[in-house]
Design a binder for this molecule. Structure first.
Ligand SMILES: Cc1ncc(COP(=O)(O)O)c(C=O)c1O
Length: 474
């Protein structure tokens, strides 16, 4: 295991981490256990229906399962998804006016908290000048320069509008560059919903027990070699057999889509060595970890340099921005310099890029990651202690502003171990916390996210509410 963050299970505890600077954000009083409801349920035909229920019923008429991305549907935990009306700092408010301490943070982008004044101002300032031109702008050059400065492995970078586009483009580029067709990915890692990558994938694909999607032609799926995460001998064996056909390895260098799974010591270095030996491209998918765990991503944290990196989430600050970049010799294969085609009408649009740049400016503040990591570790330490007091088998760990909670006796470090966690208990815990005004990811297979806007009081309130939830679970 890497010494990346706190990890606790049962009684053994690592203490550390300094206590942190608090960002001056607009704050509301903390709620008593149970959160706050206002104007909640209405009578409909004699039965009482909350506004969330009403919206969910209405949404399902025109949107498949009522949601625009599967995990939002709450299928693995049951119940009605919360429709959010607004967010501010560490909090979100649902359609019934109930406030939650939010540990999803839009699945990672909200690293400085919701509606951060500097990010909102950047959007408001630039929007009146035009939303998109489909032509180059200065601000996207600034973004490219900033990304290349923050991640030294990026000699060139291209902007896109989502993490999925970034990984799909990086794969095509790796294939075009090497002239090979096969790719290696790891079980439980999610890299967006591109055909080649929806094979034994994580996140929503895993949540619904369909890690491989219908509609992916067998011929494409056959080009994807899926190996167990953290199993270097399996990687070496696959390359020994098929190395000359393998274009790339794509990996979440800290996996966050099968809950949070850390790379074992030597795993990432081993991938680097194998790629060098066989002339394959090493792609770090840092869409989630990029600027989440460290100012230089997992590559900065570990000192292991990929050939290509994919980014998203934080670099858009809540707006649609993704990016892929890396070695000049590879990036120069992209059209129109080279033969690998890739394009996007809205790529690099000024409004989204402005939000991303404002976010990146915030995270460069001195001490930002020390404070974020300490707060996140305080949360996971506190949750593990509360579970222990309640006698509930539970473990937790963190990496920067990402965390994992597991209904298991120890922190898992493989796909199989994470699959063995108690999913039914997670669902009960999730709902107890939701009722108590704390919003965790509605799936046992997602990492959680803390923002710089979460205060020590937010964390303490979360732990107190979890303590009550654990006592019921026991
Ligand atoms: C590691 C990783 N790669 C790629 C993606 C896809 O990004 P997007 O949802 O922006 O398409 C995600 C999304 O969660 C992700 O976590």
């Amino acid at each position: 295991m890497l010494p990346l963050g706190g990890q606790r299970s049962g009684g053994s505890r690592k203490r550390g981490g300094t206590h942190s600077r608090r960002r001056a954000a607009p704050r509301r009083e903390l709620l008593p256990l149970g959160g706050q409801r206002s104007g909640g349920s209405r009578k409909r035909g004699g039965t009482s229906m909350s506004r969330n229920d009403e919206l969910f019923t209405r949404a399902q008429r025109t949107i498949p399962a009522g949601v625009n991305s599967p995990v939002r549907a709450f299928r693995s935990v049951g119940g009605t998804p919360r429709f959010f009306e607004r967010g501010e700092g560490a909090y979100v408010w649902d359609a019934d006016g109930k406030r939650y301490i939010d540990y999803v943070g839009s699945w990672g982008p909200a690293i400085v908290g919701h509606a951060h004044p500097a990010v909102v101002k950047a959007v408001v300032d630039i929007a009146p000048k035009g939303l998109s031109f489909g032509a180059p702008t200065e601000i996207e050059v600034e973004m490219a320069e900033k990304l290349c400065r923050l991640l030294p492995s990026l000699e060139m970078v291209r902007l896109v509008s989502s993490g999925t586009e970034a990984t799909m483009s990086a794969l095509r580029l790796a294939r075009g560059y090497t002239g090979r067709s096969r790719i290696v990915k790891f079980e439980g890692c999610y890299h967006g919903h591109g055909d080649s990558l929806l094979v034994k994938a994580g996140s929503g694909a895993l949540t619904f027990g369909q890690p491989s999607s219908a509609g992916v032609p067998e011929a494409i799926a056959n080009e994807t070699i899926v190996l167990p995460y953290n199993d270097l001998p399996a990687v070496e064996a696959a390359f020994a057999k098929e190395g000359k056909h393998i274009a790339c390895i794509i990996v979440e260098p800290i996996a966050g889509n099968m809950n949070l799974i850390m790379p074992r010591a030597g795993f990432l270095l081993g991938l680097r060595t194998v790629c060098d030996k066989y002339g394959a491209v090493l792609i770090f998918d840092e869409v989630m970890t990029g600027f989440r765990v460290h100012p230089r991503g997992v590559q900065g944290l570990t000192g292991i340099t990929p050939d290509l990196t994919t980014l998203g989430k934080v670099i858009g600050g809540g707006m649609p921005v993704g990016a892929f970049g890396g070695k000049r010799a590879i990036m120069e294969k992209i059209a129109p310099l080279g033969p690998v085609y890739q394009a996007g009408t809205l790529s690099g649009n000024p409004v989204a890029v402005a939000a991303g740049l404002a976010t990146l400016k915030e995270i460069e503040a001195p001490g930002f990651y020390d404070a974020l990591s300490a707060r996140t570790k305080a949360l996971t330490d506190g949750l593990a202690s509360a579970a222990k007091r309640a006698g509930v088998p539970f473990a937790a760990q963190s990496a920067g502003g990402m965390f994992g909670v597991y209904f298991a006796a120890a922190v898992p470090d493989s796909y199989d171990a994470v699959m063995a966690c108690d999913k039914a208990r997670f669902a009960k815990f999730f709902h107890a916390m939701l009722d108590a005004g704390v919003y965790f990811a509605p799936s046992a297979f997602e990492a959680g996210f803390v923002s710089a806007a979460h205060t020590a009081e937010d964390v303490a309130a979360t732990i107190a509410r979890a303590e009550a939830a654990f006592s019921v679970l026991r």
